[in-house]
Design a protein around this ligand. Structure first.
Ligand code: 5GP
Length: 113
């Protein structure tokens, strides 16, 4: 990837975001324009895991979508959320705006502490 996107800046803490979970591999934050009671975005953190889109996945990054889905599942379980939608927008035609791979997590159940 050549161009730094807004999600690079959120990952690198150069821009603020409402972060709800973080570990060495993944950052999870609230979408600024939520489409559901709870709308989160999951992004990979390691530079080697970052690609623009699902369409750009190669052998070295094929583990990344599964990792994001795993993190989403574990996060939901931990928070007691038992119904949610997971979505990847792929390319401009698929509604993708930010070209830094991310998984949308949407639920009608809001987040309890
Ligand atoms: P895409 O359409 O690329 O799959 O999704 C990008 C998402 O990022 C959109 O749902 C949009 O609302 C969200 N978004 C765009 N800019 C920002 C931002 O600066 N902060 C946060 N938290 N979300 C953003």
């Amino acid at each position: 990837m050549t161009e730094r996107t807004i999600f690079h800046k959120i990952r690198d803490k150069e821009l603020p975001a409402d972060i709800v979970y973080e570990d060495d591999l993944v950052l999870v934050f609230k979408d600024i324009r939520p489409q559901a009671a709870l709308h989160l975005l999951l992004i990979p953190k390691k530079e080697g895991d970052v690609v623009a889109s699902i369409a750009d996945i190669t052998k070295s990054t094929e583990h990344v979508p599964g990792m994001l889905i795993d993190k989403a599942r574990n996060f939901a379980k931990e928070k007691g959320i038992d119904g949610y939608r997971l979505t990847f927008h792929v390319g401009k035609g698929g509604g993708q705006e930010v070209f830094y791979l991310h998984l949308h997590f949407l639920s009608n159940q809001s987040l309890k502490d």
